[in-house]
Design a protein around this ligand. Sequence first.
Ligand SMILES: O=C(O)[C@H](O)C(=O)CO
Ligand SMILES: [Mg+2]
Length: 261
Amino acid sequence: MPDAARSDLPVKLSANLGFLWTELTLPDAIRAAAAAGFDAVECHWPYDVDAAQVRAALEETGLPMLGLNTRRGAPGESGLAALPGREAEARADIGEALDYAARIGAGAVHVMAGTASGAAARDAFVANIAHACDRAAGQGVMILIEPLNRFDAPGYFLGTTAQATEVMDAIDRPNLGLMFDCYHVQRTEGDVSRRLEALLPRIGHIQIAGAPDRGPPDTGELDYAHVFALLARLGWTRPVGAEYRPGGPTEATLGWMRALR
Ligand SMILES: O=C(O)[C@H](O)C(=O)CO
Ligand SMILES: [Mg+2]
């Protein structure tokens, strides 16, 4: 895709390689995203892949890696940052994610909270995220926290944008950002446009998918032509992450990119 055509997009796009091109190795998925015209990539858990190979694919394609996640922990845990008594493990995972981010030049780490609730969980989360921010600041990395919807992630500590902003106020670090996933927000809270407007200064990254089925952005009840026009009006210039389940070959689902161009 020529650069001139890409720059006509009202909003730049990042391919989430946790969901797109999962049949490929991570380096080859980066190449596929570049060939499809994405401006950036992001991933979930790259830890089994040699960071040098990821870095080589990023350099070869010129795509930035926007971010990656801390590990999920044991099956069903979805992260450790809000688990009282697991601080040492949570911080080891944060350190690992930051080290990997440094090796591939990634700009953000999403610290996963885990399944927990109550005051002790909040205290653990606030302390662990503050620790992550302080450690990340030295390498110019942003720490992201992301509310997940209660249907896909029942019991996940962080469920709403209101809860996220409450803990962000308590943590009070300049390199802490909200991961605003329009799909999760729509499933749990709705009012996506108004929430984007209100929360924009606190948002570190935006993700999209069709709702309620998490298919391509041109399926479901959210109108991303409207959302993209709003983001352009609000002056959002960073790539928006396409984090949807293609349900088949990714290339066959990219019509929405052409439609939004
Ligand atoms: O599921 C999501 O929306 C995420 O963005 C994620 O990082 C993994 O849970
Ligand atoms: Mg997401």
